[in-house]
Design a protein around this ligand. Structure first.
Ligand code: GDP
Ligand code: IMO
Ligand code: MG
Length: 430
């Protein structure tokens, strides 16, 4: 007897369906160094043609500055794409609460919840470990620690039964008071504020997995993910322990948003034409001299979130290649080329050595990384103002040479070159 179909037919129909349903691809913008590479600016540029812009990890430790029509916007938690009102902005895994899923619109951006910072500001001040790491003191580490220890409070908990949520908040406070006996928290007044927040954000909350699934499988559209922090700050692959608490490499996109790896499309790595780092930790190409000072002052290298001066040094190709190994960049945005305009000579770190021998990998151990000597290639500076350049041919040949060298050594095409803060100061190469 025939059933009218065979197991193989069914299989091939399922395979066909899977192929047809693979859905929209998501483009990703990630920091390739120690943060502050100009991710916000790249996102702002791409957001002009995107329907959805998402944050997937981190929290308000990020500081993304975007300049549009001479107006400067600083974003910490909201996606930088929010300036584009045609875009839907989405915060996946809102880490200030180790949370899942909030969508926000500009009018309702109430600086969503920084519950950890609210309840435990004193801990954040007295936490010696936070000083040791040089964190942003936004409660990112404690929040992720809560998540891993399964005592975290999530947006979905805040949206459900409030008395249950209150009990969990009280338990969390007791837990912290047992660790920090001097800690005083006015729990009732905090719960009142949380209840108020809960009602204000309720209309904005969506289930993230369904939201992303619908975005991916709905009408063809461009979806953009804005990475926060950066590869060398990644909890697993960064310069541990001087890192943040989330995965800021490409895997964090899937775990933060609940999307399949197959839906990741272009992965854009953002790097400055030199290197900066905020906070403590090894920094092989750091220049504790006049060059470092010039990069710091000319580049206005001051942390947006903490107001701390950023440490500055030459571009480090070892870290960029390492970031590419993890992220598989399809293209690079090289920002702040204009800051190098006045230098007589420009160096690029091309390899690390220990005791005169090349280290064939990026050292995972911090003591080893602290010890490396950097091998440099030296370029003569172009000594020309590049800030008005709008296309490749406007750049001086020496600057073109520098860019091509970097591109060849990383082995990834450079798609954009930044020559100024504003949206139009971005040369698109292809
Ligand atoms: P993000 O955290 O990666 O988004 O980067 P930040 O916004 O923290 O830091 C980058 C800073 O450099 C911001 O102040 C930007 O306005 C600025 N910036 C970005 N691209 C360029 C560029 O090509 N040239 C100059 N001069 N400034 C830039
Ligand atoms: P954006 O997205 C630069 C650094 C902090 C500290 C370490 C841990 O603007 O590039 P945390 O508060 O996250 O626990 O701090 O990580 N850090 C950043 N540095 N830019 C960032 O974000 C950063 N996010 C975290 O300075 O050294
Ligand atoms: Mg920043």
């Amino acid at each position: 007897m025939s059933l009218g179909w065979s197991a193989n037919d069914h299989k091939s129909a399922a395979v066909k369906r899977a192929r047809n349903d693979s859905g929209n691809k998501v483009s990703v913008v990630l920091g390739a160094q120690w943060g502050d590479e100009g991710k916000g600016k790249v996102v702002d540029l791409l957001a002009t043609e995107s329907a959805v812009v998402c944050r997937c990890q981190g929290g308000n430790n990020a500081g993304h500055t975007v300049v549009v029509d001479e107006k400067e916007y600083d974003f910490h938690l909201l996606p930088s794409g929010i300036i584009n009102t045609k875009c839907t902005s989405f915060i996946g895994e809102k880490q200030s609460l180790a949370v899942q899923c909030i969508t926000v619109t500009l009018e309702d951006s109430i600086g969503v919840l920084t519950v950890y910072g609210r309840l435990f500001p004193k801990i954040l001040k007295i936490n010696k470990f936070s000083e040791f790491i040089g964190t942003t003191k936004k409660g990112i580490g404690p929040t992720y620690a809560c998540k891993a220890s399964r005592t975290g409070l999530r947006i979905c908990d805040l949206m459900a039964d409030f008395s249950e949520f209150s009990t969990r908040v009280k338990n969390l406070v007791l837990q912290y008071q047992s660790m920090y006996p001097a800690l005083k928290v006015d729990v009732e007044s905090e719960l009142k504020k949380l209840k108020d927040y809960a009602e204000r954000i309720r209309p904005l909350v969506r289930d993230g997995v369904y939201f992303m699934y619908d975005a991916i499988h709905g009408l063809p559209k461009k979806i953009l993910v804005e990475g926060a922090n950066a590869a060398l700050l990644d909890i697993d692959f960064g310069t541990y322990p001087f890192v943040t608490s989330s995965n800021c490499t490409v895997g964090g996109v899937c775990t933060g948003l609940g999307i399949p790896p197959a839906n990741i499309g272009d992965v854009y790595g953002v790097s400055k034409a030199y290197t900066t780092r905020v906070g403590i930790g090894a920094f092989p190409t750091e220049q504790l001299n006049a060059v470092g000072e010039l990069l710091q002052t000319r580049g206005h290298e001051v942390g947006v979130t903490t107001g701390r001066k950023r440490r500055c040094g030459w571009l480090d190709l070892v870290i960029l290649k390492y970031a590419h190994m993890i992220n598989g960049f399809t293209a690079i945005a090289l920002t702040k080329l204009d800051i190098l305009d006045v230098l007589d000579e420009i160096k690029v770190g091309v390899a690390y050595k220990i005791n005169g021998k090349r280290v064939p990998y990026f050292p995972a151990n911090m003591e080893v990384l602290q010890k490396v000597e950097v091998e440099y290639e030296t370029f003569s500076g172009w000594k020309t103002d590049t800030s008005a350049a709008r296309k490749w041919s406007d750049l001086p040949p020496k600057a073109q040479n520098y860019i091509r060298f970097v591109e060849n050594r990383i082995g990834v095409p450079i798609k954009w070159v930044g020559v100024g803060k504003s949206r139009e100061c971005m040369i698109q190469m292809f």
